[in-house]
Design a protein around this ligand. Structure first.
Ligand SMILES: [Ca+2]
Ligand SMILES: [Ca+2]
Length: 417
């Protein structure tokens, strides 16, 4: 009887789906419902849209106002358009621990202090895998973030170079659709900038700073593609993020670091993330800093729960969950060091920051190191190794799926057995 009931339900749902195909498409039926949108008004961006096409691809469009966008764009392309979503704001998941410190003042610190400022590297046992000569070499990592100071002496040699492009001539020399994308691509829409936002440079240092200075990146020989989409004032949109993620994936990134999120209203954009994930890239996402359970109150992209996604919470120096870290036994996979994290900042400086923004690049760097050791491993296998080889302290298990904190050495052993 139970089986019959289920079949009956399925039959009805199929019928509903086939009926809905007969509903006449209009610019109003393809545009995201105003009811959904209005409840998320504060995160909605005016006149920016993410368009899902019938063939499964996405594009990003701007309109002068909604009526003209409907008339001039949606109605003209109506047959090819599947759905139009409003773009949404996102935010970073970090805050400053201290004021910026200059290189000179840090040089005066003792060797032991220097060792302890890299407590995260020690705790995840990164050295064990570095000793085996795996440093992330040959692995490309997409830094979808704010601007990266690509001239920082601990980062400059790890920055991706598009040798088919001539920089700063205003021409798309290699015809890939992007002008002057010599060291990555700027998706902020701001062409002249000063690097006043430290976030992208700090995250980059955790992933891949070399070991010839105060900082030791997790994957010091990985290659970074900077794809900034958040400008100095901290504003950025999910649509721009998806554009940047597509760019780094199309240019060979195996891992994308996504130290941002916080959108409660973009579950509809899951399809866009899925499309990027389907290209065979691992997306490592920050859980967020609201101290809440994502199972109860999800934010995105942290809670998308895609097969090719790892969502990361933050742990502290005492190996407890950081007070600010979001958690979830189903949606956050593991914790990684994210409190009082030392790393590179613009203009040859260094700083401590805290946040799941800082925990995420530990996992991103770990994935790059594992891929340099096991180049043919699938995204699923790398994720499995990272999630299943955490350190768990029975007295205070983390409120995450794996119950534990990243251990790079054990993840290596997991793949090496
Ligand atoms: Ca180009
Ligand atoms: Ca050029």
């Amino acid at each position: 009887m139970e089986v019959k009931k289920i079949i009956g339900v399925l039959g009805i749902s199929f019928l509903i789906v086939s009926c809905s195909n007969d509903v006449k498409k209009t610019s109003d039926t393809v545009l995201e419902s105003k009811v959904d949108a209005s409840s998320c008004q504060s995160q909605m961006l005016e006149n920016k849209y993410v368009v899902l096409w019938e063939d499964g691809s996405f594009t990003y469009e701007e309109g002068r106002d909604e009526e003209s966008f409907k008339k001039e764009f949606v109605e003209k392309n109506l047959q090819q358009i599947k759905k139009v979503y409003y773009d949404r704001k996102i935010k970073f998941f970090s805050e400053s621990e201290t004021n910026s410190v200059s290189l000179n003042s840090e040089i005066q610190s003792s060797a032991s202090e220097n060792a302890e400022q890299l407590w995260g590297q020690r705790m995840i046992a990164a050295e064990d895998v570095w000793k085996k000569n795996f440093y992330g070499q040959g692995v490309i990592v997409g830094v979808v973030d704010s601007y990266v100071d690509i001239s920082h002496s601990q980062l400059k040699d790890q920055i991706y170079t598009n040798t088919n492009e001539i920089p700063d001539n205003g021409i798309d020399d290699d015809n890939n659709g992007f002008i002057d994308d010599y060291h990555g691509m700027n998706f902020t829409g701001v062409s002249n900038y000063t690097i006043s936002n430290v976030h992208g440079t700090h995250v980059s240092g955790i992933i891949a700073s070399n070991h010839q200075g105060l900082m030791k990146g997790i994957a010091p020989k990985a290659t970074l593609i900077p794809a900034p989409f958040i400008s100095n004032d901290g504003s950025g949109s999910l649509g721009d993020a998806i554009k940047a993620m597509n760019y780094v994936t199309d240019h060979g990134a195996k891992v994308i670091n996504a130290s941002w999120g916080g959108s409660v209203c973009v579950s509809s954009l899951k399809e866009a993330f899925q499309a990027i994930s389907d290209k065979g890239v691992l997306i490592v996402v920050a859980a967020g800093n609201d101290g809440r359970d994502l199972t109860v109150s999800p934010t995105y992209p942290a809670a998308f729960n895609l097969p090719g996604q790892i969502t990361v919470g933050a742990s502290n120096e005492n190996d407890f969950m950081a007070y600010f870290s979001n958690s979830s036994f189903s949606l956050v996979h593991l914790a990684a060091p994210g409190d009082a994290i030392f790393s590179t900042t613009p203009s040859e400086k260094y700083d401590y920051l805290k946040g799941t923004s800082m925990a995420t690049p530990f996992v991103t760097g770990a994935a790059a190191v594992l891929w340099s050791a096991f180049p043919s491993a699938t995204v699923a296998k790398i994720k499995e190794a990272i999630v299943n080889s955490v350190d768990i302290t029975p007295s205070h298990e983390f409120r995450v799926y794996s119950r534990g904190r990243l251990n790079l050495s054990k993840a290596y052993d997991y793949l090496n057995k």
